[in-house]
Design a protein around this ligand. Structure first.
Ligand code: SF4
Ligand code: SF4
Length: 110
């Protein structure tokens, strides 16, 4: 069976939180609950490099925007991300895009 997921290139995530809010609004989630949540890493110095990143993490409440996708639309987080760091697609295709990249999250619910 085809398996779909979200690939997030968080190297370019600005931490703007738009995906969080778009998802919460789309799915009418209660205050304090999220379908995707930004985790802030750093800043601290390690190995002469600064560790500083925003990492979007989908939660168990992410259903990959099934209704939108069935209607031919993109998931709302993907559509609203101005930095275009998120991609929805077949897991096998998304995995190929990870080649040579180091700062990515692949969310692939069963
Ligand atoms: S795919 Fe849909 S449900 Fe999942 S995090 Fe994005 S907006 Fe939320
Ligand atoms: S909308 Fe895009 S840039 Fe903004 S926090 Fe979400 S993933 Fe990062």
């Amino acid at each position: 069976m085809a398996r779909y997921g979200l690939l997030i290139d968080y190297e370019y995530c600005t931490g703007c939180h738009t995906c969080e809010v778009a998802c919460q609004f789309e799915h009418n989630l209660p205050v304090g609950q999220w379908g995707i949540k930004i985790s802030k890493v750093g800043p601290w110095k390690f190995d002469n490099k600064w560790q500083y990143a925003h990492v979007p993490i989908p939660t168990e409440q992410c259903n990959l925007c099934g209704e939108r996708v069935a209607a031919g639309k993109q998931p709302t987080c993907v559509q609203h991300c101005q930095a275009k760091v998120m991609k929805f697609g077949l897991v096998e295709e998304l995995v190929k895009e990870m080649e040579g990249k180091s700062h990515m999250v692949l969310f692939a619910p069963k």
